[in-house]
Design a protein around this ligand. Structure first.
Ligand SMILES: [Zn+2]
Length: 257
């Protein structure tokens, strides 16, 4: 299995470092250069590439400072303004990183932002602010339809795919998931597991696609129990799964659990 290291940044961001042999890493969404440079020096690692999922500052804010120290390629969405971008990407493109013996497929996952992309390869998914464990990103630039289509695309990946989200939101997301599905025993078991892991100071991530399909309300709009909860909250019948998704997203936006 490819080792993936995490560098915490800001309040709750994770900057993922995908490790290849020998001592080389690809840096995913470096919102801040300081903690990454410290980590690279301490662990004697050399960066080989930067992979960006979308243009938000807490994902790209450290790119220029990293480039001042390391002349490395920057991969990112073609449809967004990414500092230092050398390899503009869209769905169908592949990222080949021979230094890391890794290759990723690029998926378009609009919704959180217009041009948001995800990287999928070697059994791993780096999905930025699109899919979180037990949650999903806010709709800052896209529509509910776009986000629902993007999440459906990610949910169709193999169940054992490791999901590396960009934020530690899992515990708060699980409180919402329980409000939606109070009778889902797996959500409660997962909540206990996560609170133990967090108490030990460990990240809750990675998750897996299979687990998310069982516990993440935003991937479960087709479930009768989730639809009923969304209809109760919205006070009206919801015709399509995407309407259920949109109601869940509105509900979560105001949820204080
Ligand atoms: Zn974002």
């Amino acid at each position: 299995m490819t080792p993936v290291l995490h560098v915490p940044a800001f309040e709750d961001n994770y900057i993922w470092l995908i490790r290849g042999a020998p001592g080389q890493v690809a840096i995913v969404d470096p919102g801040d250069a300081g903690p990454v440079l410290d980590f690279l020096a301490r662990e004697r690692l050399t960066p080989a590439a930067i992979l960006c999922t979308h243009h938000h500052g807490d994902h790209v804010g450290g790119v220029q400072d990293l480039l001042r120290r390391h002349a490395i390629p920057v991969y990112g969405p073609a449809r967004e303004r990414i500092p230092g971008l050398t390899h503009p990407l869209a769905e169908g493109d592949r990222v080949r990183l021979p230094e890391l013996a890794l290759e990723f497929a690029v998926l378009d996952v609009p919704g959180h932002t217009h041009g948001h992309i995800a990287y999928y390869g070697a059994g791993m998914l780096f999905c930025g602010d699109t899919l979180f464990s037990a949650g999903c990103g806010r709709l800052f630039e896209g529509t509910a339809e776009e986000m629902y289509r993007s999440l459906t695309k990610l949910a169709a990946l193999p169940p054992d795919t490791l999901v590396y989200c960009a934020h530690e939101y899992t515990a708060a997301n699980l409180r919402f998931a329980i409000a939606v599905e109070p009778d889902n025993a797996e959500i409660r078991a997962y909540q206990r597991e996560i609170s133990e892991r967090r108490a030990r100071g460990e990240p809750s991530l990675p998750s897996t696609i299979g687990r998310e399909r069982r516990i993440n309300p935003f991937l479960r709009a087709a479930e009768a129990s989730v639809r009923r909860a969304a209809e109760r909250h919205g006070g009206r019948r919801l015709a399509e799964n995407v309407n259920v998704f949109a109601e869940l997203r509105r509900w979560k936006d105001d949820f204080r659990g």
